[in-house]
Design a protein around this ligand. Sequence first.
Ligand SMILES: [Zn+2]
Length: 442
Amino acid sequence: MIKEKIFFLKYELIKPGSSQYYGQLMHDQYLSLDEIEMLNWNRTRSLVQYAFEHVPYYRKRYTEIGCTPQDIRNPDDFCRLPVLTRQDLMNNFDDLLSDEASLKDVRLSTTGGSTGTPAKVYHPKKETRAAHGWRMLNWWNISPADDWASVWRDVNKTYKSKFLHFLQWFPTKHILLNATSFTEQDIKNFLKKFIKVRPKLLHGYVGTIDFLADYIIEHGIQIPPPKAIWLTSAPITTVQRKKVEAAFHAPVYDQYGCCEIYWLAAECPMRNGLHMFYDTKRFEFLDENNLPVSNGCYGNIVLTELQNHLFPLIRYAVGDCGRRLTHNCPCGCNLPLMDSVKGRVSDTFILPSHARLNGLTTIFDNCPEAVRQFQLHQQSDASIVIRVVPNNDYPDLDNTLEKVRTAMEMAVRHEVPVTITKVSNIPFLKGKLKFVISDYKG
Ligand SMILES: [Zn+2]
């Protein structure tokens, strides 16, 4: 396809070596699981060695615990290295930069404070991180040169940046709805362009696409189905997935990433879980004492970015809760699987008995069509309010909601009262809907 050839040629000019790197990623996903584990482990060891030699923070921390890279002979040894928290990252920002890096070689990336502590990291300018995205699009039978629609922040504010954006994407058509502020007229314009361009991919914030899906369903608008819908930036509930698929008549795929480490995991069309990008990132799932949980159990996700040597993140506790899946996927790709991220570690209710309640965002999984949105709010007296925007066409709605309420009451072991309140909408912030809020201090 000529458009694709132009795309890759142009990309090669901007980032030499990108096509070769893409080829390598495409190859490595079909290695056997043992070979992928070995590749991951070899890269982990060499990163630890490099960090000890060149990154002041790690040299200091590892020396403090009496550990040298020669002591890290196997994955069990690696588990003895300290976990890097967001607070550590903020407090030791300058010391995490390699002594071989110049500020010209790196780009600063910051995360918003909406999820808790803000963080900033450096990414190497040279890396072709887009190739990880191309591999994911390939799973969905989409070329990076295909037209796509985005519901995202409008980052190109000036004419110069708009022009550069056009050059970067040409000959691909790329339409945008600014997710951070839009009017009904903006939605109408976006959908009009969508119908004209017929993009192969719709990409964007879960919350705003969820809102868009409501609009399409309410107004009975017929949309030319894209091949895939790629939702990002927040965990997707089954409620949202079903609704967005009904509005756009296309499969929704979950992708997991964060600003500190891009491209972590994504679903393939089999949707058996998310394939972890394990050839380039090490994943661990740990309990409160930073010990590995058993395979298949939920734990705090701890990540090591194996390719960023200039600003290494080794055993970074990203603050999300997830689990590794033990089955394989028949799609042919042997990158191991993880479950969808069920929420932030902080999305936990603590009960008066100190019991902890996780996985709260799954409460409507048995009846996703009953509600359009929901939010769980633990009040300062520990009682729980489930706010729902109901789907009034749903048969036997009130009974269904009562069943969900009772299930929640069982989950909290009748320690605190649980009520359900119907509301007309739940406000979302910067395209993100906060599903779990707690004002109870314990
Ligand atoms: Zn698969």
